[in-house]
Ligand binder design. Sequence first.
Ligand code: PMP
Length: 350
Amino acid sequence: MSRFFSTKYASLTPYTPGEQPRERKFVKLNTNESPFPPSPLAIAGAAKAAEALHLYSDPTCTPLTARAAEVFGVKPEQLVFTNGSDDALNFAFMAFCDADHPAVFPDITYGFYKVFARLNGVPYEEKPLMEDFSVRVEDYLNCGRTVFLANPNAPTGIALPLSDIEKIAASNPDSVVIIDEAYIDFGGESALPLIDKYDNLLVIQTFSKSRSLAGGRLGMAFGCEALIRDLNTIRYSTNPYNINSMTMAAGVGALEDGAYFRKNCQVIRENRAWTAGELNRLGFAMTDSSANFLFARHPGIPGKELYLALKERGILVRHFDTPRLTDYLRITVGSREQMEILTQTLEELL
Ligand code: PMP
């Protein structure tokens, strides 16, 4: 830390992203990326947009917003694009949390919520998940706090039924309820149809997983027009050009190729079921994941040991070294070939 660093941030512990090794080619199952390249339409769009990189990107994101409004069945005023959904989450902490509106989220969830809360000086409460890692819905009813829930949750993959999400939104009319649907395209039911009914509901999604654009950094938030205006106030006060031109064009291409998106989601669901079956056969216990990853533990081998043994053999998975998670590995569901390498290697190891 330099002697100039603001005391506001001196005690900040930054988020630790999953490893992105460049020096060795791993079977990379640690950051929930898609194993499939972007749609050819997305690639072509980005390449064409590169020709105009001397100009600023369009801060209104008009063509992308229009396309997304059609695809998702909302009004253009009900959505805003962000630099990955992390950007949307940060904006939500900035816009909808303060000392009078503290945040609440599960103790086991996406690690960035805590970082964003601290970055923005927002008080927060972490509600423990139940023994089986499910969310205790009662903890979020009438809670007088800005609610952040990942659905499906990470790293557990467990989804809450839409009826529970609706109960939470309905019981907190004076607080914003943010549903982070980074993994919704792989299972679970989106809360998007509820944004017309609840003016306190914000739904956040990403192009990073199901639409193969993690490196493009494209996220979006859906909500009533007033909530979206608030997020735009934050966006235009930080970086109106938060979406670069190539990503904007790639996003349009990705949305146009609905068939490619649906097929890839289907393959991931099939590969998830196949891998879960194999892991079961090898003695692993798992949560019931609706996401593009499995959350698994082997009763015979500590998580860290397995993580290191897999890494040595060229397979990267995610291990969280915290008391309740240390037995587990979070394994991204990749291509069938990657999953076969994983299960064969595990079989040899065990
Ligand atoms: N929410 C959850 C639950 C996630 O796991 C992630 C991915 N790490 C994100 C949001 C952010 O993804 P991105 O910024 O790539 O959209």
